[in-house]
Design a protein around this ligand. Structure first.
Ligand SMILES: NC(=O)c1ccc[n+]([C@@H]2O[C@H](COP(=O)([O-])OP(=O)(O)OC[C@H]3O[C@@H](n4cnc5c(N)ncnc54)[C@H](O)[C@@H]3O)[C@@H](O)[C@H]2O)c1
Length: 342
């Protein structure tokens, strides 16, 4: 099975290429297409990346191919990691509407090209806004052919925070983040569990962290905590920003720490971003069926919701189908409905 990374020269795209090769997700008989932007800097950057990857992974790598034309993207799995990203200057205004407009054009260009293929690929969207990307690709390729990886990134982060608090390693933690990849993420506190920790101890820790907070207030709590962090970063107090983020409950930490990381010099959150995508590519290329939280375009299949939102799905090479029903608590169900992007 072949894989294309659109935006392979970017911070996240090149990190994904490294992780896929390091993890040997693709066999030597497969192809990894590194897709750049013709006429832009990334075209040249890709030549360097290609040479470097070839030298590093010559023993085990699939064929590495450079592509600069959307029409030439022909892999079975296409990862969308191209597009604009928010500035890492804490004093620059964060114009999300402008980012969405720019990236919508990028999404539409590739979606149109992929829809013209005889057999459309499976598309994994990790460019932001994830929900917008899923909408654009799902509209053109069919809903089952497109998943957003934001919910899986958020889930990995939430599990990591809970693992820390419960004193276990992350694989021991059962927890999911559904909803939107952004301020409207939905941590499913009601299903948190951990191998090796008594349910009563987990319940005590969850109650301590929730402290009567309602999920309906989480988006505001996230916005307030991010604003406070941004103020610290702008005054040069990065260590304080991290320390204050670390003192938050696990759901807020999972949202705010990556925000702080985004503003650290020379490094955004490309490692975990790529890690989340590599997990999903691994499932698909490996021919497995795994239940993961992912943003998908729903038409009433889950909780009667219509629009794009993160829900548990069974991911396969053929696309996604709804995962087993989850017994959500009342405030989780309400927050999920609120998070849908129509
Ligand atoms: N950096 C992160 O931690 C992070 C995390 C989650 C999601 N994202 C999202 O992923 C996307 C990429 O982020 P990044 O940090 O890698 O940005 P980046 O600026 O480092 O890379 C973006 C790449 O996309 C390429 N590109 C732009 N338009 C293109 C086109 N039409 N065709 C092909 N390539 C094109 C650019 O040339 C560049 O190489 C953004 O939408 C961002 O919001 C980033």
């Amino acid at each position: 099975m072949d894989v294309s990374i659109v935006g392979a020269a970017g911070a996240c795209g090149r990190q994904l290429a490294v992780q896929l090769l390091e993890r040997r997700v693709l066999g030597p008989d497969a192809r990894l297409q590194l897709v750049g932007h013709r006429g832009h800097r990334s075209e040249q950057e890709l030549w360097g990346l290609h040479a470097d990857l070839s030298d590093a992974y010559a023993d085990t790598a699939p064929a590495l191919e450079l592509v600069d034309d959307p029409e030439a993207v022909d892999a079975d799995v296409v990862v969308m990691l191209a597009g604009a990203t928010l500035s890492t200057d804490p004093t620059a205004p964060a114009d999300r509407a402008d980012l969405a407009r720019t990236n919508q054009e990028v999404f539409a260009t590739y979606a149109d090209a992929l829809a013209a293929r005889r057999r459309p690929p499976l598309v994994i969207v990790q460019s932001n806004p994830v929900e917008l990307g899923v909408h654009v690709f799902a509209d053109r390729l069919g809903p089952a052919r497109c998943v957003g990886a934001g919910a899986w990134s958020d889930t990995l982060r939430f599990r990591r925070e809970l693992a820390h608090d419960l004193g276990v390693r992350r694989p021991a933690v059962r927890a999911s983040v559904l909803g939107q990849h952004g301020d409207h993420l939905v941590p499913v506190w009601s299903t948190v569990g951990a191998v090796g920790v008594e349910p009563a101890d987990v319940a005590r820790e969850v109650a301590r962290q929730r402290d009567g907070r309602d999920l309906a207030d989480l988006p505001d709590e996230i916005r307030t905590a991010k604003a406070a962090a941004l103020a610290r970063i702008a005054e040069g107090a990065l260590a304080t920003a991290f320390a204050e983020a670390r003192a938050l409950p696990a759901d807020l930490r999972a949202a705010v720490k990556p925000f702080v990381t985004h503003y650290t010099a020379g490094h955004t959150t490309e490692v975990v971003t790529a890690h989340a995508v590599a997990d999903l590519v691994d499932v698909v290329v490996g021919g497995r069926e795994v239940v993961v939280p992912a943003q998908v375009l729903l038409d009433g299949e889950v909780e009667g919701l219509r629009g794009v939102v993160g829900v548990p799905v069974v991911l396969t090479a053929a696309g996604w189908r709804p995962g087993p029903p989850v017994a959500l608590a009342g405030d989780e169900r309400a927050a999920l409905a609120e998070a849908v992007v129509v």
